[in-house]
Design a protein around this ligand. Structure first.
Ligand SMILES: Cc1cc2nc3c(=O)[nH]c(=O)nc-3n(C[C@H](O)[C@H](O)[C@H](O)COP(=O)(O)OP(=O)(O)OC[C@H]3O[C@@H](n4cnc5c(N)ncnc54)[C@H](O)[C@@H]3O)c2cc1C
Length: 430
């Protein structure tokens, strides 16, 4: 058991996402000096990111200032900074442009990044949806395509109003449903001189089904619901290349379009490649059963960054609940180590998965084989997301906006914020 050289052990937590925040909360009442470092000054609630991209919510509705979460305690030191490396021997965390930070215990939870799988053109021509700036950029761009089409209707023939969603996972499906509602309800009235029936939302998915994590009946339900909403779904279709103004499929066909959203792949945060640790699928860091690093019992890696497995050796999915529970587990392990006790293996408890498709339509699969569809699925989706959204203020605002949207169909955040909107995110951050 490492004996702390100071009265209170220093715990450094890299990343104030789902994992980092929950680890901090679980340690805050203990005898620790905690330094919580994030490159942003907010905690982002990514499951609602697509609502920012589709003008249903504003960016700060789903973000909560990290300092605001811990301003009533004195042992949490919030630092704005980008972690660039770790010296595991000297127990130092490197932060870009700042002095190294020493630790007795370290939790690394910096999450994941978009992966283009090496497909040409994705980086230059497709929009990512991983960060708040990504979502705002995408919203700006989609709104700009309608502005440009309105000013120059010939562009409609070139496909400017076609939005291609690359990847039919939960994010692709949720985006498709929300975009279709944004277009048919809001943009149709905002642009009365545009033939809105020419706007297309196309989901391109390699597999023969949507939302791979769900059961076949939920997959079929999602497909049917999207089709009913007018979304085109191309299954068994792989993207070969993304170019300016079109997507090329492996079968040789092309889809002319004004927007491509890349939701098809994620990989570990690039910091994983800097750490010199053993990596597995998607660059994720291989961890021991208790989420600590082999050979470094004082270091824990968790959430999307970690390759952690269940008792059968199957890797845990990259989901918010895995990160939340992982953060709490790492905190428990630190307390046990301090008390001279052995740590326990991390076991993720699946509370269910859900995806919303549109108004009064969602699929939810809960433990015990319970499946909810349509309105029941949607209400449970709303409730769960409100409960887990961080911050009372955010919950109230989101509840009010959803209520307003439900009554009026108004996706009110249809605001173009900056000039950067005209170019896709070649430089998308990790
Ligand atoms: C669009 C989208 C929709 C999603 N929908 C769902 C859903 O419906 N349900 C679900 O369960 N999961 C969903 N997820 C996945 C879920 O958000 C992740 O599994 C979860 O966020 C992982 O938690 P984490 O703590 O590992 O990483 P994150 O929550 O991403 O937190 C990582 C933190 O690290 C910070 N960071 C990154 N790099 C650095 C650095 N170098 N230095 C300092 N700080 C850094 C980031 O700013 C961030 O705050 C979704 C993800 C996305 C992108």
């Amino acid at each position: 058991v490492p004996m702390p050289t100071r009265p209170r052990p220093r715990v450094v937590i890299a990343g104030a996402g789902f994992g980092g925040i929950n680890a901090t909360k679980a340690l805050v009442d203990g005898p620790f000096e905690i330094t919580l470092i994030d490159r942003d000054n907010y905690h982002g609630f990514w499951p609602l990111l697509y609502q920012v991209a589709t003008a249903g919510l504003g960016p700060d509705d789903i973000a909560h200032p990290v300092r605001g979460m811990f301003n009533d305690v004195t042992n949490v030191h919030v630092r704005l900074g980008t972690v660039s490396g770790v010296d595991f021997e000297r127990k130092l965390v490197a932060v870009e442009g700042e002095a190294d930070i020493g630790y007795d215990y370290l939790i690394i939870a910096v999450g994941s990044a978009t992966s283009d799988f090496g497909i040409p053109g994705v980086d230059q021509h497709a929009f990512a949806l991983k960060t708040l700036p990504d979502a705002v950029r995408l919203r700006n761009h989609v709104l700009m395509t309608f502005e440009r089409a309105d000013a120059c209707p010939e562009l409609v023939d070139e496909g400017i109003l076609t939005i291609v969603l690359a990847g039919g996972g939960s994010t692709g499906v949720e985006m498709a449903g929300a975009l279709s509602e944004l277009i048919s309800r809001n943009l149709a009235s905002d642009f009365p001189h545009l033939d809105i029936t020419r706007a297309r939302v196309v989901v391109v998915e390699m597999a023969d089904h949507l939302i791979g994590a769900f059961s076949p009946s939920s997959q079929a339900n999602a497909l049917e619901t999207l089709k009913r909403m007018g979304v085109e779904v191309r299954l068994n279709s792989a993207i070969a290349q993304v170019a300016a103004g079109c997507v090329e499929l492996k079968d040789g066909s092309t889809i002319p379009c004004g927007t491509v959203v890349w939701t098809a792949g994620i990989r570990a945060n690039p910091l994983a490649d800097q750490l010199g640790l053993e990596q597995g699928r998607g660059g994720a860091v291989k961890v021991g059963e208790d989420l600590s690093l082999p050979g470094h019992p004082e270091v824990f890696v968790l959430g999307d960054l970690a390759l952690a497995s269940d008792r059968h050796g199957d890797p845990y999915p990259q989901l918010a609940q895995v990160a939340i529970q992982g953060g709490r587990h790492a905190a428990r392990c630190i307390r046990r180590r301090m008390a001279g006790k052995a740590t326990k293996p991390f076991r993720y408890h699946n509370h269910g998965i859900m995806a919303t498709i549109g108004r009064r339509s969602a699929v939810a699969e809960l433990p015990g084989g319970i499946k909810l569809r349509g309105t029941a699925g949607w209400i449970s989706w709303l409730a769960v997301h409100l409960v887990f959204l961080v911050g009372f203020h955010n919950r109230m605002i989101v509840l009010a906006k959803w209520g307003w949207n439900y009554l009026t169909w108004d996706r009110a955040s249809r605001v173009i914020l900056d000039e950067g909107s005209k170019t896709p995110t070649g430089q998308a951050r990790a």
